[in-house]
Design a protein around this ligand. Structure first.
Ligand code: PEP
Length: 249
């Protein structure tokens, strides 16, 4: 049976104690869930949440990472610091980083390669804005973000890479791509991956959907052949909304 990867991105929400309480609740409620699971609290809560998820099946994720190993980079958090706290997965190229903080494909690629070089798993987010979609540029945007994001990444490293297709217009808006629409873009991304790495590598890759995933649309999305999991924002902040997504089947 196919295994899905369900990840929660807590963004800039929750104090340390709130994060620990949520993590402990999820550990208790998701012990019997068979999917691959990850939660990404804010940097400030990573150490405490790391303790809370220790010994459970929930992987600790980070929401971002600096592009350098160490040095004079005020405000950045390095790959070594994340690993030191037990982080296993890092979300890179989220549309909020691309659009609000002007992260380029080149910068994101530098982070992707650095994370992989040091053994972290990567969730590389890609996706078009509404303007790009309406202007007929959906495929070009996704292709460019995948190709540039993975530049220099070897086929042997792909087991540690997940692509998250997150149409920007669906993030935090309550608007979800229809399962058919999302699956079509996932199929296209898989075609791009096949062009880069060959059919069998592309087939084996995990492509998550993200954008207003909720308990009532998760199962329909996940039934689609090219949707291998979900990256969840808003609905990952409460057990009553995240647990049913993780247990969608
Ligand atoms: C996200 O930010 O990755 C996301 C998908 O958010 P939401 O689920 O709130 O749309």
């Amino acid at each position: 049976m196919r295994n899905y990867f369900i990840a929660g991105n807590w963004k800039m929400h929750k104090t340390v104690s709130e994060s620990v309480a949520l993590a402990k609740d999820l550990v208790a409620k998701l012990g019997d869930c068979n999917e691959k699971l990850m939660i990404a609290p804010a940097f400030t809560a990573l150490a405490a949440v790391s303790e809370a998820v220790k010994g459970s099946k929930i992987l600790l994720g980070a929401q971002n990472m600096g592009p350098e190993e160490q040095g004079a980079h005020t405000g950045e958090v390095s790959v070594f610091m994340l690993k030191d706290l037990g982080v296993k997965v890092v979300i890179l190229g989220h549309s909020e980083r691309r659009h609000s903080y002007h992260e380029s494909d080149e910068l994101i690629n530098k982070k992707v390669r650095l994370a992989l070089q040091h053994g972290l798993e990567v969730i590389l987010c890609v996706g078009e804005t509404l303007e790009e979609r309406e202007g007929g540029r959906l495929e070009t945007v996704c292709k460019t973000q995948v190709e540039k994001g993975l530049a220099g990444v070897a086929a042997a490293e792909l087991g540690k890479v997940t692509i998250a297709y997150e149409p920007v217009w669906a993030i935090g808006t309550g608007k979800t791509a229809t399962p058919e629409d999302a699956d079509a873009v996932h199929a296209y991304i898989r075609k791009v991956l096949a062009g880069l790495y060959g059919e069998s590598s592309a087939k084996a890759m995990c492509i998550q959907y993200g954008g207003s995933v909720k308990a009532d649309n998760a199962a329909q999305l996940m039934q689609k052949p090219n949707i291998d999991g979900a990256l969840v924002g808003g609905a990952s902040l409460k057990p009553e909304t995240f647990v049913p997504i993780a247990k969608f089947r």
